[in-house]
Design a binder for this molecule. Sequence first.
Ligand SMILES: [Zn+2]
Length: 272
Amino acid sequence: MALPHIGAAVPLLREFAGAAAVLAAGAGATAWGALVPRAQLFGRTIRHTGKPGTLALTFDDGPNPALTPRLLRLLEEHHVRATFFLIGRFVRECPSLVAEIAAQGHTIGNHTYTHPRLFWMTPAQIADELARCQDAIHQVCGQRPVWMRPPFGIRGPHLSLVVRRAGFRGVVMWSRWARDWKPKHIATMVERLRRVRGGDVLLLHDGDHRHLRGDRHLTLAALDYWLPMWKNAGLGFVTLDDIAGRRAPVSAPPLQKDLAPAPLRKSSASGE
Ligand SMILES: [Zn+2]
């Protein structure tokens, strides 16, 4: 068979390159939809409070017996209510701590049972992860969460439908984070939180999904610094239950009021 003339191959090459570009773009869009907190490709999510004068603190990956009790005391001291997205297998490990979170009026959310990447899972597997976490929480404090947050913030094409069928009211993402899973120094953490504005849903961690007693003392120290500042700036604290009943806009206008900078307290300024 004679080799095709190079001129005949050029359109084929162009077509191939075009198809590859489309595929790459499709993969890019899928990754964007799965990973970027503001993406709504795989269904609407909640990531703002809907009220510019309010702030929703959300804590993932607990309960953590090494930190959550101290966090609860700090929140109580400042009369702040927050939302805790719990990992089911940790709930089984420390039920009394979960009961305490509920007793203090915080909202409890579902962060799955084992903290997997849901994107790669079938609808049945996702439903099982959510159900096992629901059962663990229900057995401990008698409530079934109506909010869920996907581990790593990774969603997928099945999540929205599974969540709806399981009776949840919504998937919760965030508008701001402190990247406190990569803590370096208290000053860095404080600086990262300086960008917080009214209307934000703030992602923080009181636990570490890899093990029960994660070290999150820098998260606590940064909150110790910022809670009084946020209150002085006039922000009110809301839980996801407080936000419920109103659909939080996907892109609520943030409160532009700058939070007054203040010097670090000496006790909070020490490193790890
Ligand atoms: Zn997590």
